[in-house]
Write a protein that binds this ligand. Structure first.
Ligand code: MG
Length: 265
C-alpha cells in the first residue's frame, strides 16, 4: 500500500493566487500533544516512585524525551509489534532510572512503564487550537496528515481527536514503508492528494522531519515552534508559535479569506 488515504480521497481543489490546494499536518506534537501528555504521565510516575524524584519533573521529562527520540532514530517506526514497543518502553524507564541515580530492576522498570502508559492514555490531549484549526482548513480544502508511526496507533489518535472525518489523507510511515524526512513519504502524500509540490504546504514541529523533509520534496514548510526553540539551521522558513487564534495561522499558511460557500465534499 503506497499510502493510506481516508475517504473522501477524490477531493481535489486547484489553487489560485498562490494559495495551497492541500494542507499537510504532522500528527505528534503538532495536532496530538505527545510532549505535554508525556509530561503529565511522568508527573504521576514521579509522585508514585520517589527514587525518580532526584530529578526535577522538567529534567525527568526532557531526559525521557531524549531517550524517546534516540530510540526513534534507532528503531524507526516500521515493522514492530506492540510487545516490542512495550519492551522498548521498559528499557527507556530503566535508562531513565539510571539517570536519576537508581539502578532499578527489569521488573521495576516494567511496572513504571506500565503505569506511565496507563496514565499517558488517560491524560492524552490535543495541542491547543489544533483540532479547530484542522476543521477550519478542511472546510475549504483537503487536509492530510503525514506522520511517522504505526497505522493502528495514528488512526486511533485521529479518532480520539475527533478528526477522522476532517482528514482526507492519512499518510503513515508504516504503510508507506518510508519515514520523514525522506522524500518518499512526502511524494506519497502528494500522489494521494493529486497535488504538485508547490500546491501544498506542510505544518509540523520537527525541524528535521517536517521542515527540512518537506523542503526536500519541494513543499513549502511552516514550522510549528510552540516551545520557542532556536532554529537549528539558517533556512528561511515561516513559523507559527501557537494555533490560537486561527486567522493569523491561516494567513501564514496563505489560505486567504474564508470562502462563504465551501466546496461540497
Ligand atoms: Mg511531530
Amino acid at each position: 500500500m503506497p499510502f493510506c488515504p481516508r475517504a473522501p480521497s477524490d477531493r481535489v481543489v486547484r489553487s489560485s493566487s498562490g494559495e495551497p490546494s492541500v494542507v499537510f499536518f504532522d500528527m505528534d506534537d503538532t495536532i496530538f500533544d505527545h510532549s505535554l501528555t508525556s509530561r503529565a504521565a511522568l508527573e504521576v510516575v514521579r509522585r508514585r516512585e520517589p527514587r525518580l524524584a532526584t530529578l526535577s519533573l522538567d529534567r525527568l521529562w526532557r531526559t525521557y524525551l531524549d531517550h524517546l527520540s534516540a530510540a526513534d532514530l534507532t528503531l524507526g517506526s516500521v515493522g514492530h509489534s506492540p510487545a516490542f514497543y512495550a519492551r522498548a518502553r521498559a528499557a527507556r524507564f530503566r535508562a531513565l532510572a539510571r539517570d536519576a541515580g537508581w539502578n532499578c530492576s527489569a521488573a521495576e522498570a516494567r511496572d513504571l512503564s506500565t503505569l506511565y502508559r496507563k496514565e499517558y492514555l488517560r491524560r492524552r490531549r490535543a495541542v491547543p487550537g489544533a483540532v479547530s484549526l484542522v476543521r477550519r482548513v478542511a472546510r475549504s480544502r483537503p487536509v492530510g496528515i503525514v506522520t511517522n508511526n504505526q497505522v493502528a496507533e495514528q488512526e486511533e489518535k485521529l479518532a480520539f481527536l475527533g478528526l477522522t472525518r476532517s482528514v482526507d489523507y492519512l499518510i503513515i510511515s508504516e504503510a508507506v514503508g518510508a519515514e520523514k524526512p525522506s522524500r518518499e513519504i512526502f511524494h506519497a502524500a502528494l500522489r494521494a492528494a493529486r497535488a504538485r509540490p508547490h500546491e501544498a504546504v506542510m505544518v509540523g514541529d520537527s525541524w528535521t522531519n517536517d521542515v527540512l523533509g518537506a523542503r526536500g520534496a519541494g513543499i513549502r514548510p511552516v514550522w510549528f515552534n510552540r516551545f520557542g526553540r532556536p532554529r537549528p539551521t539558517r533556512h528561511r522558513v515561516a513559523e507559527v508559535t501557537s494555533f490560537r487564534p486561527a486567522p493569523p495561522v491561516e494567513r501564514v499558511l496563505r489560505l486567504g479569506p474564508r470562502r462563504s460557500a465551501p466546496p461540497t465534499r
